[in-house]
Design a protein around this ligand. Structure first.
Ligand code: SF4
Length: 278
């Protein structure tokens, strides 16, 4: 209790005993105590600041990271890999058999219901370089080949500028079925299709991998960093050097990023011993 309150009580005692002409004591107004409400653990995560400094509520499904169900390898894939294909012929045959397995895959039912066909991958079965993109778009879904739309045409020009040939490369995606509306692959879809990507890499055994875009880079490398921080140097996937750069679709929307991709391609060309244009 404060000394001022003790002094007031003393004066009140004197007053009740009949003493008059007592000095007045002014106590400060009591400060109302706000009842503390229990804070939910998820409350801070429920808001995300935007660039304007305000905040907006996130829907509840965004508060918890999606749980990814484990995906056991199919016996058919395991059988193909157990044969350890080594020659170009053996690798071609293994890829054909794996493509048949993929064609019948319905792990992602929403994608399997809406796809025209699976887009397995194309190129040289014994390629020195493997390109990995995100997922088939409308053109790829129609034609059954990765990178054939406008983005694919730009990729072809990049390949030529590097002094490479498309048919010498092996090209595939994180997903083998088109996500409706060209949305990004869901984490579970990427996990479902990972068996086939890993198997293609194990069969082709490329010396270098190039990941085109954030989705490819993050999924292959199990990374959280954005592509802007992953590009520009080599990373590692099971002993294979991996270069990450912007997706050609991004370049179509942001032509100023072409110089960054060209810098990345020069890093690859230097490794390959290809002549660097000025
Ligand atoms: S995306 Fe891959 S895992 Fe999903 S249904 Fe297509 S082939 Fe199967």
């Amino acid at each position: 209790m404060s000394s001022r309150r003790i002094w007031k009580q003393y004066l009140e005692t004197l007053q009740s005993a009949g003493v008059t002409f007592l000095p007045k004591v002014h106590l400060p107004e009591p400060v109302p105590v706000r009842e503390k409400r229990p804070r939910s653990r998820s409350a801070p995560a429920a808001r995300r600041s935007d660039h304007a400094g305000s905040s907006r509520l996130l829907p509840p499904e965004k508060l918890q990271p999606e749980k990814i169900q484990p995906v056991p390898m199919l016996d058919a894939t395991a059988d193909i890999l157990n044969e350890s294909p080594e020659t170009t012929e053996q690798k071609s045959e293994a890829l054909c058999r794996l493509a048949e397995v993929v064609a019948g895959c319905r792990r992602c039912s929403a994608l399997a219901d809406t796809r025209n066909q699976t887009v397995f991958g194309v190129g040289h079965a014994d390629a020195q370089i493997m390109f990995i993109g995100e997922a088939p778009g409308a053109d790829e879904d129609r034609l059954g080949e990765p990178f054939v739309g406008r983005a694919g045409q730009l990729l072809n020009r990049i390949i030529e500028a590097c002094g490479l040939k498309r048919e010498e490369l092996y090209i595939c995606n994180i997903l083998r079925c088109r996500p409706p509306g060209n949305r990004n692959p869901l984490p579970q879809e990427a996990a479902n299709c990972r068996e086939f990507l890993d198997a293609q890499i194990r069969i082709v055994q490329p010396e270098y991998i190039v990941c085109w875009g954030t989705v490819a880079a993050r999924n292959l490398l199990n990374e959280k960093r954005p592509i802007g921080r992953l590009r520009g140097s080599f990373h590692d996937y099971e002993g294979i050097p991996v270069l990450c750069t912007y997706h050609p679709s991004y370049l179509l929307r942001n032509p100023s990023a072409k110089k960054d991709v060209w810098q990345d391609m020069k890093i690859l060309m230097k490794k390959l011993g290809l002549p660097l244009p000025e």
